[in-house]
Design a binder for this molecule. Structure first.
Ligand code: NAP
Length: 251
């Protein structure tokens, strides 16, 4: 299969979890992939090695997406390695759940800086490389953007902001042949859900019980849909926020 043949993609936060799976699925479909990471060099190298072992092409590039100079360097390295860009996936994100009494300025700023500012900075640099041919941007949002849970006020707000950016930019960038869509995953088992104590928790049990398809999501569930959205099969799709959640978030 080669739905993404001759395409170059940047996937932010691709050293683990959903981002790693998207990078691997994109490469299987023929894309050359830039595997971005913040601190997990080992994880990013593992993803790159898995891709190259399967006959694909990928490089790992460290960059903290909340830092403008890092983001500029990420896209400079992309251009140096591959000379073009067709797809950006804004996947890098953090989730820190807390009751409102425990929300600190730091918790607020960190989530907004990575989840929202990081995506904006990456979009600005990606547009320069898309050039006249245009491109596809996928923002990894969350079902909580439209159906926020208790203790997720700030995280949910970052994803609602990301969805608003998706809609506004679909109108702003359509004439430049740029498509932009949000994927809204439901609960998906990743390294992040393990380290945050979500996997195995009562919250996870409640989420599974509320999911019509009756299980937790896997990164592959999200990645396969990202392939479709990035490919020309979705050439007429922009400005959408699409739930990929086993039905728990049906809007
Ligand atoms: P994860 O397992 O914690 O992985 C997060 C990834 O983001 C890692 O590769 C991490 O890199 C990277 N990252 C974090 N901060 C970064 C920064 N400042 N700059 C660049 N990269 C950074 O997360 P996940 O569960 O796969 O979630 C991925 C995305 O899906 C997030 O946007 C999340 O909000 C969204 N989402 C997840 C779920 C879920 O249930 N898992 C549900 C809905 C939405 P390092 O390891 O190098 O730090």
């Amino acid at each position: 299969m080669s739905k993404l043949k001759n395409k170059v993609a940047v996937v932010t936060g691709a050293s683990k979890g959903i981002g790693a799976s998207i990078a691997e699925h994109f490469a299987k479909e023929g894309a050359k992939v830039v595997v971005n990471y913040s601190s997990s060099k080992e994880g990013a190298d593992r993803v790159v090695n898995a891709i190259t072992a399967g006959g694909g092409t990928a490089i790992a590039v460290q960059a903290d997406v909340s830092k403008p100079s890092d983001v500029i360097r990420l896209f400079e390295e992309t251009n140096k390695a591959f000379g073009q860009l067709d797809i950006l996936v804004n996947n890098a994100g953090i989730y820190q759940f807390a009751a409102i009494e425990l929300v600190t300025e730091e918790l607020y700023r960190k989530q907004f800086d990575i989840n929202v500012l990081g995506s904006v900075l990456a979009i600005q640099e990606a547009l320069k490389l898309f050039g006249d041919k245009g491109g596809s941007i996928i923002n990894i949002s969350s079902g909580v953007s439209k159906s926020p849970m208790a203790n997720s006020s700030i995280y949910s707000a970052t994803k609602a902001a990301l969805d608003a950016i998706t809609i506004a930019l679909s109108k702003e960038l359509g004439a430049k042949k740029v498509r932009i869509n949000s994927i809204l995953p439901g609960a998906t088992e990743t390294e992040g859900t393990h380290s945050q104590g979500i996997t195995g928790s009562d919250l996870e049990k409640q989420l599974i019980a509320s999911t019509p398809l009756g299980r937790i999501g896997h990164p592959d569930d999200i990645a396969k849909f990202a392939v479709l959205l990035a490919s020309d099969d979705a050439a007429w799709v922009t400005g959408e926020q699409i739930s990929v959640s086993g039905g728990i978030y049906g809007f």
